[in-house]
Structures are given as C-alpha cells and as structure tokens.
Design a binder for this molecule. Sequence first.
Ligand code: PL4
Length: 394
Amino acid sequence: MTKRNPHLARLQKSYLFPMIHQRKQEYLAAHPGVSLISLGIGDTTQAIAPHVVEALKAASERLGTQEGYSGYGPEQGDPLLRKTIASHFYGERINPQEVFVSDGAKCDIGRLQLLFGREARIAIQDPAYPVYGDGSLMQGTTDIHFLPCLPENSFFPQFDRSLKVDLIYICSPNNPTGTAATRAQLQKLVAFAKEQRAIILYDAAYAIFIQDPELPRSIFEIEGAREVAIEISSFSKIAGFTGVRLAWTVVPDTLQFEDGSPVIRDWSRIMTTLFNGASNISQKGGMAVLEPQGWREVTQQVAHYLENAAILKQALESKGLDVFGGVHAPYLWVRFKGRNSWDVFQEFLEKLHIVTTPGVGFGPSGEGFLRLTAFGLRPQILEAADRITNFSFS
Ligand code: PL4
C-alpha cells in the first residue's frame, strides 16, 4: 500500500487561514444576517487601477487574434518585465537575468526550499508568515530555530553567534507585526549571515508600504547582501494582484553554495523544470503597474490602505491598547496582555462582528496578540473603528 509522506504528519491538521475562514463561516451559519467585517486574511479589496485594467484587457484581446496569440513563454518570465523589475526596484544593483518572474511569492517560498534540502538548519522569526515553517516541515527539515520577535527587541531577532544556521527567513515590513527593519538591523543581519556563511531568504512582499526613505525597501540596499541573500517580492499587495497572480524572486549571480557553485544555476533549473511561466496576461498587467501612470495609481491605493491603518490604530489606542505596526505596513499588531489569542479572536468575532487573525497562529511569540489588516474598504474600516471605539474590552 502507498505510504504517506511522513513529513506531512508533522504539520498541524489545518493551515491558519482556512481555519479562520471556517470559523467565520460557522459563525455566519449560526447567526445569519450578521454584518461581519473581514480584517483577518490579508487580501486586497480596492479595484485594480484603471491603467492596469486597460493593459490586462488589451493583453486578453491580443490573445484572441491570430497575430497576437502567444503560448508558453520563457519560464523565467518576459525579458522586458524582468528588465523593468530590475531597474524599477533595484537600480543598478540587480541585473535582469537575476530576476525570476513567477505566479506568487507564496509559491516561490515553497519552491525555494528545494534548493537546500532537508539537512538545512533554519532560523525563522517568531511570529512569522506560516508558510516558512510549514513549508520547511513538508520538506522534512528538522532543525528549525524560532527567534522570538517581541516589543522588547523591536520585533527583530537578536543574532547570537551561538546560533548555527544555514538559512534565515526575514520578512520586512513584517507580517504579522507590521514593523519594518531598520538599515542598522539589516546591516547586522548581513554581517551575521556572512560570518555563518548562511543565506537570507528576504520576503519583501510589503516593501511598497515603507514610507520613510531611511528604511530599506530591499535587502540589496545593504552592502554585501548580494553574497548572502535571495529576495522574494510580489505584485499582490502592490497592485491588488492577489487574484491575478504575479511575483518575482531575485537570486544574485554572486550567491554561492558551500561548494562554490552558483545558487542561481540551481534556481533556474528548478524553475524551468517545475514551473511553466507566469500568465502572459498578468505579466502585461505587471508591466503597466511599473509604467509612470500605473505606478501613480497603485501608490495612491497603498496610501489609502495606510490611511485605513491609521484609522484603526487610533480607535484601538483610544481603548488603551498597545498597537504596533500600521505605519510602514498594512498590518496592526495589537497586544492583549495575558490573554489567549484565540479567545480575543472569538471576542472580536462574537461581540464586535470583526474577523481578525489570532497572533498565536503565527507562532508561540504571537500569543496574546491579534493581527488586523488594513486592506478593507473605507466604509467597513470606519464601521470597524466605530465598533471598537464603542466596545468595553475586558
Ligand atoms: C492568505 C509575507 C496574507 N491564502 O500573493 P503572494 O503569493 O504573492 O504573496 C503571499 C505572501 C507572501 N509573503 C508574505 C505574505 O504575508 C503573503 C500573503 N499573506 C496574510 O494574510 O498573511 C495572505 C494569506 C493566503 C496565504 O496563505 O498566503
């Protein structure tokens, strides 16, 4: 009889976000007619920007003509899009051949783990986007170190020399804590990775939310990072492409394995073997996002989400709660000291009719916290702020 992959047995029965969706559905089934506000899963809500929609329409229409039809494209992505991503986000630091276009940051995070195998020793921020840990467990990795990120260390791990690791997952601006790493923190991280001969997997999916020009939007702004880092990013939160699907990963040609072989060669092998290229329609949409008109429109949308965050933050703080994040990120990380995250989640669901995400779902250091996203539509954000302001928290 066929044996189950034993590594799958090490995962929790359900993935965090379907669990939240299920709780929401159960509550709605038992309380029909209740007007729930969803501030749980970090999904965009604003319609796709007009300039980008035009490009998506034009790309679809071209496919309907014999001259304009195209089938499979290069697995690494449209060369023009790779070139534009390189110059738009990285200037001279990254060349187009180092950019690999894909169907999602989440998918790339899963595939990247194939580069290192199950022997890799891994460090993950705690709390963190669950895919880093769950994806590693699925690969059979056993040596995983969770690095607590709390208000006391400004939500950034301390890198102690006694920590021996091969891979370090870092997300900035961070999901779920909403904090963005400073230049000094990233300089220390790069120095540590160099010393350990480790590789940093840097998730920059929310980089566009950074408002302070002093805060790095890419790990490659840090000197020496080309020798120790891979960066993952996405159009999902830049342009509301969570459903359209488009992302990219940068693997510098200067990054090497212990044996001196280039990591980019294996990444190219993995992508050309297991991936058939991002949708040609999405890629045309991505090009439009990076044109001046598209960029103006998407940055306005990002500003709107950050205003949402400010509205929610003010409401929560008016109740005397400690609220972190929400300035350079679309997430608010709210402390409910001494309380169980799932209990607070349930309280928000049942009493305020607001769906959130319990902090502990992102790791043990998230216990006692709740994550709220600012990706709602403005009338719902205002309604949520009103409900919070008028509620007596225990
Ligand atoms: C719900 C740090 C959200 N079903 O859209 P992608 O694949 O390009 O990017 C996914 C992603 C990558 N990196 C980070 C992220 O936070 C996300 C999206 N996270 C959230 O609420 O935490 C959506 C989650 C989705 C999922 O499981 O990813």
